[in-house]
Design a binder for this molecule. Structure first.
Ligand code: AMP
Ligand code: MG
Length: 341
């Protein structure tokens, strides 16, 4: 059944707090992307998130908190190094997968015996969480499978008529989702790279990287069922191009019979904006700034669809620091369409 969706400014967050307390779901900004939150201790409220997003029931949610004191009721015993990471990186874009307590309903964790928890580094999000005084389960506030929302308008495009309220706090900072770190195995394991980098985490704990971060459809330890889904993808086909001769390769592909008659575009670094005559080109930012590219990526993928493009070629980045996060999202959006130049 369609509901009326309202967009409000930060001055009206009392309404968001009231809805959360009543067991409704509400979209709000965080420092990563917009989230769609509901009371994590109320299974019926959490079910509304899955329905609104069309999210598969076996893809677990991240629980958001405003104070480390809240985790006592949510988790069982956790490794001391996980506590160090909380103290060092919270609030921030790091979700820790920890042993779950019996208080967290099975729907939140998709039936797993673990729960992912994070403290967002965003004043408005923290204020909502503090005033609701609840742990809030919140995945990204997009339709399942489409790019995560980095602006309130993106949430509106995807979820209008499906949720009662969107809190508009302007564009999000990071523009990509949090790092998900499994702290229930040793060494701790990156399930999804995000704003907190592997290099930063390794200063405090031994960290492994799940192979699914680099390659779709493989995981040594399938702790995160959500990893198997196609993600972050626009309607247009994404083709990721790697190597040292990327503009030459993309121009060559664009002229090949395979792409004849299709509307083609490129997500290119600023240095290559003039390298693609005749193609629609979008600016990812300077080659040496993967952080800028990550912040722009989802907005540009949505723009690609608004331009009605059939195919978008994307220039690859070096896979270190935030470049690892960016390339993980590009590989997911591209599926198997990765080409070496
Ligand atoms: P989203 O909030 O839409 O960015 O998605 C949450 C991500 O966290 C998904 O990739 C989930 O698979 C992952 N996640 C959430 N809870 C767990 C958990 N208990 N174990 C492993 N991964 C999880
Ligand atoms: Mg998501």
């Amino acid at each position: 059944m369609a509901v009326e969706t309202r967009i409000i400014g930060p001055e009206l967050i009392a309404e968001a707090v009231a809805l959360l307390k009543q067991g409704e779901c509400v979209a709000f900004p965080t420092e990563t992307v917009y989230g769609l939150g509901a009371n994590a201790l109320d299974a019926e409220a959490v079910a509304k998130i899955f329905t609104a997003k069309g999210r598969p029931a076996d893809n677990p949610l991240i629980v958001h908190i405003y104070s480390i004191d809240q985790i006592a009721g949510l988790i069982g015993d956790c490794h001391p190094a996980a506590k160090t990471l909380m103290e060092r990186f919270w609030p921030g874009p790091l979700s820790l997968v920890l042993p779950k307590s019996g208080r967290v309903p099975g729907i939140v964790s998709a039936g797993l015996d673990t729960v992912a928890i994070r403290m967002p580094d965003h004043d408005l999000a923290l204020e909502i969480l503090r005033r609701a005084d609840l742990p809030v389960a919140a995945p990204s506030a997009n339709l399942s499978g489409s790019p995560s929302p980095t602006r309130a308008e993106h949430v509106w495009e995807d979820l209008k008529g499906r949720i009662p309220l969107i809190v508009d706090g302007g564009p999000t900072g990071w523009g990509v989702e949090s790092t998900v770190l499994d702290c229930t195995c040793l060494p701790f394991r990156i399930l999804r790279p995000g704003g907190v980098t592997v290099e930063q985490l390794r200063r405090f704990a031994e960290i492994a990287i799940d192979p699914s971060v680099f390659q779709n459809g493989v995981s040594e330890r399938p702790r995160s069922p959500g990893m198997k889904y196609r993600h972050y993808a626009p309607r247009a086909e994404v083709v990721l191009v790697l190597g040292d001769r990327v503009p030459e390769k993309i121009n060559q592909l664009a002229c090949s019979p395979e792409y004849a008659g299709r509307k083609l575009g490129v997500l290119a670094v600023s240095e290559h904006l003039r390298a693609y005559p005749g193609l629609t080109v979008f600016d990812l930012g300077p080659k040496q700034e993967p952080k800028t590219a990550a912040a722009r990526l989802y907005n540009l993928l949505r723009a690609v669809d608004q331009h009605g493009l059939d195919i978008v070629f994307v220039e690859g980045f070096t896979e270190k620091e935030i470049g690892l996060t960016l390339m993980n999202r590009l590989r997911k959006a591209a599926g198997d369409r990765v080409i070496q130049s």
